[in-house]
Design a protein around this ligand. Structure first.
Ligand code: ADE
Length: 222
């Protein structure tokens, strides 16, 4: 899979692509990530990419021309173009699975007050990572990329993501490691029993209990 990211702050992605599982996925050619500076597509002598909004109001608006030109040079027939915005549809695990099967995604990260509305006509989907507003689309883009890349075959063990929270609309079950007791807090006996059927039953019950307590909205869907 290829992921191209359009941003005004390319350096924000340095840590993301150079550490841990994402770095390994890149090294093993499971994913190719290219970071493009939107400013490089500005034809303005000062490399301006934003301007005042018509009709007044505070804040600057990202212009359409550099985004259009960047997409023209990057896009192919296989590309899906995503705009990160708090006004997008809410991102979730199901969407992550959907995106993980694509060949090429292009993610546009905005900054400033907003995008020129006409940029919306250039994209396939608008995504929001939640009902809060960040200073730009870079952190949301990293969240989307991270959640998609870990689902690509061979990046992590299939078993680890098949049991993730949100698969089947249930939160994850509790897990424990050594020591068996810490300051009076004990690992549940069933996990030490070696009885696989009982362990599976306990985990399922814990998933349902936890989801009921914390995310009853998910349980209604499951
Ligand atoms: N840009 C700023 N806030 C955002 C959010 N919540 N989701 C996606 N993009 C954003």
């Amino acid at each position: 899979m290829k992921i191209d990211i359009l941003t005004l702050f390319p350096d924000m992605f340095n840590g993301f692509i150079n550490e841990s599982i994402i770095k390994r996925a890149i090294d093993f050619k499971k994913v190719e990530i290219n970071i493009y500076n939107i400013r490089d597509y500005s034809k303005d002598p000062h490399k301006k990419v934003d301007d005042y909004g018509f009709g007044g109001g505070k804040g600057m608006v990202l212009k359409i021309e550099p985004i259009y030109d960047a997409l023209e040079s990057i896009k192919t027939n296989d590309s899906k173009v995503i705009l990160m915005t708090p006004q997008g549809i809410k991102y979730n695990q199901a969407k992550a699975y959907e995106l993980s099967s694509l060949k090429h995604i292009i993610i546009i990260c905005g900054h400033y007050e907003g995008y020129d509305e006409r940029i919306r006509s250039l994209v396939d989907i608008e995504l929001s990572i939640g009902d809060y507003v960040l200073t730009g689309g870079e952190i949301p883009a990293m969240a989307v990329c991270d959640s998609v890349i870990r689902l690509i075959d061979g990046v992590i063990e299939k078993e680890s993501h098949e049991k993730d929270s949100f698969n089947e609309n249930l939160l994850d079950y509790p897990v424990y490691t050594h020591p068996k007791e810490f300051k009076g807090m004990k690992v549940p006996d069933v996990l030490l029993s070696g009885h696989h059927a009982n362990i599976a039953k306990w985990r399922r019950e814990e998933q349902i209990k936890r989801t009921k307590d914390r995310r009853p909205d998910l349980l209604e869907k499951s």
